[in-house]
Design a protein around this ligand. Structure first.
Ligand code: MN
Ligand code: MN
Length: 267
């Protein structure tokens, strides 16, 4: 059965800690996604067809104030009410907390697969509890999600390690993809991809470049190895101001296309 995936842009970087830019990402990813330079087929043979199996909602209007969390959560909840799965384009990683909040109200067995250089488990960052450095702390504290696998992590700090241990987070470095693939969850899964989890050689267009990361193929292997059903996903932290010839926008579009295809055709 073919499902409809809703494609939603969340153009905000108000909770970025270092530099702005990801608010411009949804437009850049969309333009790479539908570029005439490629075709709309994913590797599993699924053809992405706007208005058939992909409903592009455009960008959700945000105000860059604390009300944005509610705006993001209700935009996602409205799509879940229609029986759709949502593929969200960030924006910085702060959007994942309100998105997952909507999902966790719908699914009480939600498990998260998280690709990133950073664990994003700070209790607060520079006084901001909703910083892009904090979404998984908020998710574990405030939602029913109780299983989190992180892959590509290479900037762990003592307070975040303590948080990860307290909540039983499964953390894998970029060298442990094979091991991580064996630990991926069954059941109902949400996938969140921070592009800085990839090596800057593949994805230079991010605000926080961390060498020694994952390849594009590593991330595709991780997605393919998830035994559970993927009910939602996001691709975040593209910073077009830091990109090199649109390379990272192309990677974001590739990952978005493959995630959409799995959600359209998968269980
Ligand atoms: Mn990151
Ligand atoms: Mn992140």
């Amino acid at each position: 059965m073919e499902r409809v995936v809703a494609l939603a842009g969340f153009p905000t970087d108000a909770n970025s800690s270092y530099r702005r830019g990801p608010a411009k990402a949804p437009a850049a990813i969309r333009s790479a996604m539908w570029s005439e330079a490629g075709n709309p087929y994913a590797e599993n043979g699924t053809r992405l067809q706007p208005s058939r199996n992909v409903a592009d909602l455009g960008d959700v209007e945000l105000c860059e104030d604390s009300g944005d969390r509610e705006r993001i959560e209700s935009a996602v909840a409205a799509q879940l009410d229609l029986g759709r799965r949502v593929l969200s384009l960030g924006g910085d990683h702060s959007i994942t907390y309100p998105i997952v909040s909507a999902y966790a109200k719908r699914y009480d067995d939600l498990q998260i697969v998280h690709v990133d250089a950073h664990p994003d488990l700070y209790a607060e960052f520079s006084g901001n509890r909703y910083s892009h450095a904090c979404p998984f702390a908020r998710i574990l504290e405030d939602t029913t999600v109780d299983s989190l696998v992180q892959i590509g992590i290479r900037t762990m700090t003592p307070p975040q390690r303590e948080f990860a241990q307290r909540y039983g987070v499964n953390v894998y470095g970029p060298g442990d993809v094979e091991q991580a693939c064996l630990a991926l969850p069954n059941g109902t899964v949400y996938v969140t991809i921070d592009l800085d989890g990839l090596d800057p050689a593949f994805a230079p267009g991010v605000s926080h470049r961390e060498p020694g990361g994952l390849s594009v193929r590593d991330v595709l292997r991780i997605i393919a190895a998830i035994p559970g059903r993927i009910v939602g996903a996001d691709v975040v932290e593209l910073n077009p101001d830091c990109d090199v010839d649109g390379l990272t926008a192309g990677v974001a579009a590739k990952l978005a296309r493959e995630l959409a295809a799995v959600m359209i055709g998968g269980r």
